[in-house]
Design a protein. Structure first.
Length: 258
């Protein structure tokens, strides 16, 4: 079933469509940084492109867009991901990777491309689905971990296996042209937004790193050892990049019994 936005999962614990954030009181057509309460952490976009942080090419800063309760207009520059698809994309059959997704037009670096939408699940339902899979099944479920300043880790589980959008057709690449950023609009349930990591030409296949490594820390020694031990469980990678790891990312500890 196609859905442009994420929906509540089978366990019904989280409703991603619920509006819980208060809106800003800006009466201008476009909100101004440090004046708008939604932009208290700094400006998010510059001409529709996600702004890098002061460190340069790292995109670790939280992104909060204006929402349904805000007084500003629909043309506000802090409304990007919520507008949905703006580019013509095409699902196509690849040679070795099954279905894939490519763009039919040029996409500039930093532009929002598409959301990875699906059922937003609780931990128990996500673990149940992972454990029910066989080695022949395709795994679409993604777990996003956000590390907060308090030391807490916020987890979001999205599964487009049964309900989702074009994001489910994106293939993995060890040198991807997209990267994922959790973007919050109406509540703390994030939209898993995919942005262009570089200029992307028309006809080029779109991809991201399933491990979330793009603009993140390198693999630790402990993770590397774990990957070597789990090679027998992992699926081969056919991305064809110069730095291909030969296997798709796999985390055997993700849904292990505590």
């Amino acid at each position: 079933q196609y859905s442009p936005d994420s929906v509540a999962g089978a366990d019904g614990d989280i409703d991603p469509t619920e509006v819980t954030f208060p809106g800003c009181s800006c009466l201008t057509s476009s909100c101004v940084v440090h004046v708008c309460s939604c932009l208290c952490r700094g400006e998010n976009y510059n001409s529709l492109c996600l702004r890098p942080t002061a460190a340069g090419e790292e995109y670790a800063r939280p992104v909060f867009e204006c929402n349904a309760m805000c007084q500003c207009g629909e043309s506000c520059q802090n409304r990007v991901v919520q507008r949905g698809l703006q580019f013509r994309l095409e699902v196509f059959k690849t040679e070795k990777k099954g279905w894939g997704l490519r763009t039919l037009e040029f996409i500039a670096k930093g532009r929002f491309v598409c959301e990875y939408a699906g059922e937003v699940l609780g931990f128990n339902e996500a673990r149940r689905r992972i454990r029910a899979q066989t080695s022949k099944d395709s795994n679409y479920l993604i777990a996003v971990r956000e590390h907060l300043h308090s030391g807490q880790v916020m987890e979001t589980f999205v599964d487009p296996t049964y309900v989702g959008n074009v994001g489910r057709f994106l293939n993995h690449s060890c040198e991807p042209n997209l990267f994922m950023v959790p973007v919050r609009v109406d509540s703390m349930v994030p939209k898993l937004a995919l942005f262009a990591a570089t200029d992307i030409s028309a006809g080029e296949e779109l991809s991201y790193d399933y491990s979330g490594r793009f603009h993140n820390l390198p693999v630790s020694n402990r993770e590397e050892q774990s990957l070597e031990e789990d090679n027998r469980l992992r699926k081969p990678c056919y991305c064809g990049s110069r730095t291909c790891a030969s296997f798709l990312p796999w985390d055997s500890s993700l849904f292990a019994t505590p």
